[in-house]
Design a protein around this ligand. Structure first.
Ligand code: FAD
Ligand code: UDP
Length: 378
């Protein structure tokens, strides 16, 4: 039996595991967080000047079709009825994104039906030769043809990832819906919304338990906590950092966020505007006030945030796993080392080197608790 349980990282994965340990096992759990705040990338706070809730790491949209996750999060917050819609600017025109019949009709300057749109795409790709490859670019072109790809996907993806799209895995493209109807919603999930009183309050409620002891501003690697058979560690930091980059650094994208206060009531008329063309250096602009149309505004102004993407260097925050073929090779070696650690459980976006949305991180944390933590205490 372990004398101590330590969770490294207070993102939604780490906090969900901590909540389960405290509530179900009735055991004390220490959460170590190197940032000055908890909640990982989902953290939000109220802007001191305008009172508008700022998502510190870019707009976070909660969506899930998982009943268990929806029931779980509703214990800690209510949600508003916000549905996410994104627009994208290409050559001075604004189109709905993800690509749907409205995007295609506007782009090809004619009224399209599901069949006539598919015919255009088929016409563009029928003479193309695809090898057996299954990468971002080949899968995208097969799905939407070359003109839509060049207009809305190629430039944005090059800015976002700064690698050849053919070097990216296809699931980066397929997580974006593609619709041959006029449904312009960004997500397909059954449940969607934003925490009514903000992510900050949701995260504080999730972590509020007398057996959860949170320590912020502390890096696990300099915390003095030694690994031993007496201590169970749930580690949600970067996998390669845990093993001191023995097989090299795994590739990540980081983001730079540029916040600006503007003396206008409404800057762009929507919460997220993508910029598809490469002559604009940022990928998108967030305008947070649109995420809560139910809230009464306290000031005339607005707050926007420009998002720039670049390769992550030492000291940067790792946000998106690149997952190139050489990353996947190193990842297999790191995973083998991780599997051999008897008293450390690796989880979350950084600990598994996987793209995880919030609902996936929560589902994975509940599953990790049920399958890997609970049995150790029974
Ligand atoms: P994280 O939230 O990354 O938390 C990990 C925590 O571990 C961090 O707080 C970090 O500081 C800490 N840590 C790392 N190393 C150490 C160490 N050595 N010692 C102590 N602490 C350490 N999800 C959605 O569902 N919808 C969205 O719209 C959405 N948008 C996103 C936009 C961006 C730009 C990003 C980056 C992510 C987005 N996500 C979104 C995903 C979401 O933010 C979380 O990444 C996801 O919930 C996974 O949470 P996590 O706990 O695994 O990781
Ligand atoms: N994408 C694009 N154009 C857009 C939106 C998305 O090319 O206007 C591509 C881009 O490669 C992105 C991927 O689709 O990384 C998945 O989109 P998502 O909205 O999930 O983006 P992310 O989570 O990467 O910000």
């Amino acid at each position: 039996m372990y004398s101590k349980i330590v969770v490294v990282g207070s993102g939604l994965f780490g906090l969900t595991v901590a909540e389960r340990i405290a509530t179900v096992l009735n055991r004390e759990v220490i959460v170590i967080e190197k940032r000055p705040h908890i909640g990982g990338n989902a953290w939000s706070e109220s802007d001191s000047k305008t009172g508008i809730e700022i998502h510190k790491y870019g707009s976070h949209l909660f969506h899930t079709s998982h009943e268990g996750v929806w029931d779980y999060v509703n214990q800690f917050t209510k949600f508003n009825s916000y549905n996410h819609h994104v627009w994208t600017i290409h050559k001075g025109q604004t189109y709905p994104m993800p690509i749907n019949l409205a995007t295609m009709s506007q782009f090809f300057s004619r009224s399209l039906t599901p069949d006539s749109a598919k015919e255009i795409i088929l016409g563009e790709i029928q003479s193309m030769v695809f090898q057996d490859e299954d990468n971002f670019e080949s899968v995208a072109i097969k799905a939407i043809g070359t003109s839509l790809y060049n207009a809305f996907i190629k430039g944005y993806t090059e800015k976002q990832w700064q690698v050849e799209p053919s070097q990216l895995p296809s699931d980066v493209f397929t997580r974006l819906p593609l619709r041959f109807n006029f449904n312009t919603r960004y997500f397909n999930d059954k449940y969607e919304g934003l925490p009514l009183n903000g992510y900050g309050e949701f995260i504080l409620n999730l972590s509020h338990h007398k057996l959860i002891k949170i320590m912020t501003d502390i890096d696990f690697f300099s915390s003095g906590i030694a690994l031993s058979s007496d201590v169970l560690v749930i580690y949600t930091g970067p996998l390669d950092a845990f093993f001191n980059y023995k097989f090299g650094q795994l590739g990540w994208r980081t983001l730079d966020f540029e916040l600006e206060h503007l003396e206008v009531a409404d800057f762009q008329g929507t919460s997220v505007m993508n910029y598809a063309d490469t002559d604009v250096k940022y990928t998108r602009i967030h305008e947070f006030q649109h995420l809560h149309p139910e809230r009464e505004k306290k000031t005339d102004g607005t707050v926007i945030m420009r998002e720039f993407s670049r390769i992550s260097n030492t000291g940067d925050e790792p946000y998106y796993p690149i997952n190139s073929p050489s990353d996947r090779e190193a990842l297999m070696k790191y995973r083998a080392l991780a599997d051999a650690q008897k008293h450390v459980i690796f989880g979350g976006r950084l600990g598994t080197y996987k793209y995880l949305d919030m609902h996936m991180a929560i589902a994975s944390a509940i599953n990790t608790f049920d399958s890997q933590i609970l049995p150790r205490f029974n």
